[in-house]
Design a binder for this molecule. Structure first.
Ligand SMILES: NC(=O)c1ccc[n+]([C@@H]2O[C@H](COP(=O)([O-])OP(=O)(O)OC[C@H]3O[C@@H](n4cnc5c(N)ncnc54)[C@H](O)[C@@H]3O)[C@@H](O)[C@H]2O)c1
Ligand SMILES: [Zn+2]
Length: 418
């Protein structure tokens, strides 16, 4: 401590008052008392491509993406795959080998596909991340090589983290295989794993090299996961796009039976709205407190934890949407008939809007309310929650009345029982 104080006293430039920083030119310009303002910006861009038959030898999407920056070379690829995907699509191993064989001057698979457990298990702690990085070292992956991740959102998060922190960033390509990862998490810029009992505690912001969404990869996805991902589409429609909400209402019968055309449009539009928010919302790396894309998520994250991840992320988001919609209505922001439309859509798509983990009496120490406090802490002190003003219009609030929230929760239970 003494050393630090001495340095501060000796350096004539320290301490600088905040106001003085405005006088400093960026490095290269005039310095003030030996202080420079370092400043640069980095533009990010990555393609998000919707396709089918991604690994058909005549589909050039993957090979063109690999060629995007360094086109005159053979690219080294390491592939991590979700065991759930592998279980339901065992042919994928052969298909990828054939694809590489069809493009011998462009693709070198450095090793056989590496299977990893799918679902939340792949991102519990750092074990899988370390294992992946060990494999990267073994096969001499460098910053010009590619790590491909084929799987659900959980696996993409874990592989993305392993790639982002190996050599300070190996290029990674996401190939999402769930509705949720195609329409939401996969097109985002975050990765991470759960640590110290906290979801996504250990993670980075690191945009992928590309995102390749193949609708065929969803064919064998269990119905439960096909449905879960639709919650994110309802979420983003509610805060950003009333026409999309109306489309979801009209298309509910087709979506409820996972009709391919309706699913494809729902996924693409939802991904587009997420991309727009991240790219044009002014805060891609979430420096500020407002998180519009986290509508319904404070309760969702808490419910996932309470259920020890028995309840899927999307299923929990559906409950979070129902709860924050009900609260928006109770607090006088949203008309009752609009709140009812949200409720009807969630039900028409087959979501269960009550779970046993929520049965904990209705006192101020209800375990769900801890989710609000955690969320406040996660944001750095000031709570910012998105509620609904109208269908398609979100609104940021900084205070939640806990008694009213408990009332909203009680209403959810009553509706579920009736
Ligand atoms: N990074 C972000 O911005 C972000 C955003 C939202 C959610 N997430 C994370 O995403 C995760 C949830 O992802 P998810 O909903 O995609 O589910 P998931 O990754 O948990 O996968 C669910 C199950 O489906 C299996 N599976 C995946 N694809 C399959 C396929 N095609 N066929 C058969 N089985 C398949 C998996 O093995 C797993 O058992 C959560 O951990 C959540 O925190 C991250
Ligand atoms: Zn989500």
């Amino acid at each position: 401590v003494e050393k630090v104080i001495m340095l501060a006293q000796r350096g004539a430039a320290l301490p600088m008052s905040a106001a003085r920083y405005s006088e400093i030119s960026p490095a290269g310009g005039r310095s003030v008392n030996g202080a420079y303002l370092q400043q640069f910006s980095v533009a990010y861009e990555f393609p998000v491509i919707f396709t089918s038959g991604l690994f058909s030898p005549d589909n050039r999407v993957l090979v063109d993406v690999l060629d995007r920056i360094e086109s005159n070379k053979r690219h080294r690829l390491m592939v991590f795959i979700d065991q759930g995907v592998l279980g339901s699509n065992p042919d994928i191993v052969h298909a990828l080998r054939l694809y590489a064989d069809a493009h011998p001057n462009k693709i070198e698979l450095v090793c056989p596909l590496v299977p990893l457990p799918g679902g939340e298990g792949s991102k519990q702690g750092l074990d899988h991340v370390i294992e992946m990085q060990r494999t990267m070292v073994e096969y001499h992956m460098d910053r010009h090589s590619f790590v491909l991740a084929i799987g659900g959102g959980a696996l993409l998060d874990a592989v993305g983290l392993a790639a982002a922190t190996a050599h300070r960033g190996i290029r990674h390509i996401r190939i999402p295989t769930t509705v949720l990862s195609q329409n939401d998490s996969g097109v985002g810029v975050k990765n991470g794993v759960n640590l110290f009992g906290q979801k996504n505690f250990f993670g980075t912001f690191c945009p992928p090299f590309a995102v390749l969404n193949d609708i065929d990869l969803l064919e064998k996805l269990p119905h439960r996961d096909k449905r879960a991902g639709m919650a994110e589409a309802i979420k983003v429609a509610l805060i950003r796009d009333k026409d999309f909400f109306a489309w979801l209402e009209r298309s509910a019968p087709q979506l409820a039976v996972f009709e391919r055309g309706a699913m494809a449009y729902m996924i693409q539009r939802c991904a587009e709205l997420h991309m727009r928010q991240i790219g044009q919302g002014g805060d891609p790396f979430e420096a500020g407190a407002a998180r519009p894309l986290d509508f319904g998520h404070w309760a969702a994250h808490r419910l996932e934890l309470l259920s020890r991840f028995e309840v899927r992320h999307g299923e929990a988001v559906a409950v979070g949407i129902a709860l924050d919609t009900e609260y928006s209505m109770l607090s006088g922001l949203l008309e009752r008939d609009e709140a009812d439309r949200v409720w009807r859509l969630l039900e028409a798509l087959g979501f269960t809007l009550w779970h046993s983990e929520l049965e904990a009496g209705h006192s101020q120490d209800h375990p769900l309310l801890q989710g609000l406090r955690d969320f406040r802490e996660h944001l750095g002190g000031e709570l910012t929650v998105t509620l609904l003003r109208r269908l398609g219009v979100g609104i940021e609030v900084h205070e939640i009345n806990e008694s009213l929230m408990l009332q909203a929760l009680a209403n959810l239970r009553t509706r579920h029982q009736s």
